[in-house]
Design a protein around this ligand. Structure first.
Ligand code: AMO
Length: 430
């Protein structure tokens, strides 16, 4: 057995023998006294050996460089100087694996490292307190999402990643050779979650990788992202927005509740919204213009106009509903009163779009028209359109970008920080 306990479990175990395993965080040699800070994912404990008290062999083994992987057996002892209030007096100190290359940067965080270097050596970066905190938060978010879905009667599904048609339309798809055919990596699980609803599953959810061959290089775009999607049969757009609001609030409140330590490390005061205001696109365009920002109805908001909107509204978390049909994906349902407007919605959280969705077109003829209007070939989508001919209920749904949500919850500047092994225009390894 490599370990009997994690470091965090040693508190309250004064006088007991434990075996811990992890990395050497710091080493201090005062001649007669040797200190090794032993780190595992739960925390750090000081291992203290005294010449004459511990066997010489133990003291000799403790001469190791930082980040060496070790296993230490000893008795947990009260300590007035150690930060944790206790330390480990070793009876056995074993190196499990030596360091054979230069560790690229300080895991202690004492010397800040460049993000690019950190990403090149992500397996080392993950050992730092801050990065570990980010991925602990991300895990809580995704589990809170799943918890909300299951509690609300949704069923988890696994759509395919290799597809024949571009799910979001447009040119931003990665092509691949699929035997004799050309295929694509999915841009979203969109068409498949809709077909699951048409199949009578009614309420489905999924967390999936999506691939976007977008060439831009921004702080909030990746070429492989993770989406958390809902699709709801027999649902109005308002019901879908209600669900999105409740799920978002649930995820934020779970992080606040479960990640106190991590939020402290990240320096975040997380505010859990009670309700999220809703504005129509048209209303926001009017607000912009009445505040002297020239903005034409029908355009999509740029980063600058979004920043202006936050200034005007006085808050940065809000829904934008009823968008111009022309700027939304082909499957968005046009409004009954005015086909230039569709029943699509976005959620901006702390100034960034983290989610988007729509009521879907469920009538095949309307769907064909929408595809043609965007210059897409309906025959490429035949398998999908046909599904609407054999009993397709009205439905609506949405998708939250997990990377962006994590980035904003953790107060990060760059989406790459919130993704373990980010894929951007230039980064394909590790
Ligand atoms: P959309 O394309 O807006 O909608 O994506 C939904 C959410 O996924 C995240 N996201 C991204 N995150 C990082 N990098 C990217 N390149 C990227 N692209 C998207 C964002 C975004 O809000 N099928 C629809 C959803 C639906 O209608 O159900 C869709 O994919 O947070």
């Amino acid at each position: 057995m490599y370990r009997t306990h994690y470091v965090s479990e040693t508190k309250g175990m004064i006088g007991k023998e434990v075996t811990l395993a992890g990395w050497v965080h710091e080493v201090r040699d005062l001649g007669k006294l040797k200190f090794v800070q032993l780190r595992d994912r739960s925390g750090i404990i000081q291992v203290t050996a005294k010449k004459g008290r511990e066997p010489d062999a133990v003291l000799a083994e403790m001469n190791v460089p930082k980040e060496t992987v070790v296993m230490v057996t000893g008795v947990v002892t009260e300590s007035k100087i150690a930060e944790a209030g206790c330390e480990l007096i070793p009876s056995k100190f074993a190196v499990l694996n030596e360091i054979t290359a230069k560790v690229p940067f300080e895991v202690t965080g004492k010397v800040p490292a460049d993000l690019d270097v950190r990403l090149d050596y992500r397996y080392v970066d993950l050992r730092t307190e801050k990065t570990a905190a980010i991925f602990a938060v991300r895990s809580v978010i995704v589990n809170a999402f799943r918890e909300k879905a299951l509690d609300s009667g949704f069923v988890e599904v696994h759509p395919p990643t290799i597809v024949e048609a571009a799910t979001e339309g447009g040119a931003d798809v990665f092509k691949l050779q699929y035997f004799e055919k050309e295929a694509f990596l999915v841009q979203s699980p969109q068409l498949y979650k809709q077909m699951a609803v048409i199949g009578g599953m009614d309420k489905v959810f999924m967390t999936v990788p999506v691939f976007r061959a977008e060439k831009h290089n921004t702080l909030s775009h990746l070429n492989e992202a993770t989406q958390m999607d809902f699709e709801m049969g027999f649902a109005t757009p308002e019901q879908a927005i209600d669900m999105l609001e409740a799920t978002t609030i649930h995820c934020i409140s779970r992080v606040k509740e479960k990640c106190e330590k991590e939020l402290k490390i990240l320096g975040r005061e997380l505010v859990v919204p009670q309700k999220i205001p809703r504005h129509t696109y048209t209303e926001l365009v009017e607000k912009l213009n009445s505040h002297g920002v020239k903005f034409t109805w029908g355009e999509d908001f740029s980063r600058e106009t979004e920043a202006k909107l936050v200034e005007i509204l006085g808050y940065s978390t809000y829904f934008v509903t009823k968008w111009p049909t022309a700027v939304r994906a082909f499957y968005s349902m046009p409004s009954e009163e005015d086909e230039k407007i569709c029943n699509a919605y976005d959620l901006n959280y702390e100034g960034l779009e983290i989610s988007s969705g729509a009521q879907r077109i469920h009538r095949p003829e309307l769907l064909i028209k929408a595809l043609q209007n965007r210059g897409l070939n309906p025959s490429d989508f035949e398998f999908y359109v046909n599904a609407f001919r054999v009993g397709a209920p009205p439905h609506a749904g949405w998708s939250i970008g997990l990377d962006r949500f994590t980035m904003k919850i953790c107060g990060l500047h760059n989406i790459r920080e919130a993704t373990m092994f980010p894929r951007d225009r230039v980064r394909l390894k590790p």
